[in-house]
Design a protein around this ligand. Structure first.
Ligand code: 4NP
Length: 159
């Protein structure tokens, strides 16, 4: 069973969307997996996702309204096989908690699944308008399609 953790800063905009999209695709493809999301900013801990993330997910038939923001914990390195972060800041925060090379090897920018040398980041839409959420949705839709392909072709952990 694959275990995937999606990480952003607040765990209310990007990573809950990533979790919801991934969950739907795993279910549609009958893939047994565990998916969760978390962040590093405690301001929203326990809160549901930002209404704009809930709305864009709903437009695509995904319900993320029941998710609750939580903080990253070091034990997440033991509980997940892959830790996908949205941007370089998230990467640095997760990497700073890595205990060894194996922990660090689990962490990658999510957009690197499409092009490992691009270093592309999923921009934080929190302070922008609604179009930022659609852009984030589209990026995550593409990345999660590739993750599903990789799982199906057994290429997932060998990334
Ligand atoms: P996210 O966006 O990392 O995509 O959830 C943010 C939402 C809230 C905050 C930071 C980022 N915040 O600091 O409140």
């Amino acid at each position: 069973m694959v275990r995937i953790l999606m990480v952003c800063l607040g765990n209310i905009c990007r990573s809950p969307l990533a979790e919801g999209i991934m969950r739907k695709k795993l279910s549609e493809n009958h893939i047994e997996a565990e998916v969760d999301s978390c962040g590093f900013e405690s301001f929203h801990t326990g809160d549901p996702p930002d209404p704009r993330s809930v709305e864009i997910a709903a437009e695509f038939g995904i319900d993320i309204s029941m998710l609750k923001s939580r903080l990253f914990k070091t034990k997440d390195f033991d509980e997940f096989d892959r830790i996908f972060v949205m941007d370089n800041n998230n990467y640095a925060l997760v990497a700073s908690r890595a205990r060894n090379k194996e922990d660090l090897s689990k962490v990658d920018l999510i957009m690197n699944v499409l092009n490992p040398v691009s270093g592309a980041q999923v921009p934080d839409p929190y302070y922008g308008g609604d179009s930022g959420f659609l852009k984030v949705y589209k990026m995550l839709d593409q990345a999660t399609d590739r993750i599903i392909e990789q799982i199906k072709s057994n290429n997932f952990k060998a990334l």
